[in-house]
Design a protein around this ligand. Sequence first.
Ligand code: SAH
Length: 483
Amino acid sequence: MSAALFPLFADLRGRAVRVVGGGAVAERKVEALLHAGALPRVGAPALSARLARWADEGRISWDAGFFVPQWLDGVWLVIAATDDNAVNRAVAAEADSRRLLANVVDDAALSSFQVPAIVERGQLQIAISSGGHAPMVARHLRRRLEALLDDSWGALVGLLGRQRARIRARFPEMGQRRRFFEQLLAGAVPRLLRQRQDQAAEAELQRALSLGPQAAAAGTVTLVGAGPGDPGLLTLNALRAMNQADVILHDRLVSAEVLAMARRDATRIEVGKSAQGHSTRQQDIHALMLEHARAGKRVVRLKGGDPFVFGRGGEELEMLKAHGIAFEVVPGITAALACAAYSGIPLTHRDHAQGLRLVTAHCKDSMDTLDWQALAQERQTLAVYMGVASLETFRDQLIAHGRAAHTPFALVENGARREQRVITGTLADLAEIAHHFEVRSPALLIVGEVAALAHALHWYGAAPLAAPTRPSNVTAPNLSRAA
Ligand code: SAH
């Protein structure tokens, strides 16, 4: 087995580094060196446009011509970035004889040091190396880490760096200091930094320093929008929250694929509400959130779509606020946006619709509170949530208030999921067509001229189903089956 590389982070500020080569690769290396405050000395017959500009600006020096051993006089490190193997070899040999560390780009065998793949968040740097054996693996891992770490990590390192002396003075003993950091990292400071409340984070750190070691940190609740079902529609913040959760309280609407992305050892509790019954009462959901947050857990309340669109997210936050539990909100892709995108229906379109209304057919009191006059206006798109059981009312009221009977609609069932179905027709036949195709919840109703575009613009799953030709003396069938 070959020996491992010795990892090190070099302080190159104000130190000369020789870069041999003047092309695109050399340019990338010089850029990284400048970022580290080094003094690059480029040697090459010609320079790329950017390198030439840096030379003009005096940020780098340039020796025009072909490699000569004198180029290695007085430098700390050497990077060979030419596409000429013989030159790279000569540079490496000369560096070796002078006991200078040299990197030959993309040639581990010729290199006496290697440049790792880097994830950078402020002063925090994570370096990844495969020892030159599989740079692609290192790069792949780097992309994974990029997604995992938001930029508040940089702020955290900055903050702790500024307070380092005070922290050491306060907790001179190593074990004590470690416990302090563990509590701090599990507590409010990282959360406040994520919320861009830098001053509050600083104040919280001061407070923790003055109090010393504490009882267990308080729990938090993160309200997370899980989107419509396709895990690709989760945000990075949603993924991070799900990766850190101790407890996940999820709706029934959240797909199995999305749940599979969550931390494996998190406790998962379904608190689903379904049209078929078996629902958890809202006050029980509140009680569960409180119980786990008070036990110091990181609770993720995972909801289909977006938590603030017909998701009772507002009520849940009001309750948490009233009980003094810290919370965060991660928006999600709401059903209207996902169903429209995945059925090729642009919700607004300069030729057809200048506005969009999101409405629910499921009201606290009754549908009489809906402003039908406004909903029936032309040149707008309606996206109706939880409407499957009320299609007749929607059709009747919209037409009675002036929306044309031939206005196109689309029903998107299981939008953005493998089982997606899109059913189209005109408003007059809405209830019959839904009945004919046995549309089931979850389905989103889109009413407006744009709905007709699904036939031309669909791209996901099966093509839209069109209405059967309308029998002449149709009577509205009983829709009570379709919940
Ligand atoms: N907070 C959710 C909405 C919850 S209300 C959001 O932002 O999307 C539940 C209703 O949303 C369902 O009755 C249905 O109308 C709609 N819905 C949710 N997911 C859906 C999906 N994948 N396909 C179609 N409609 C969906």
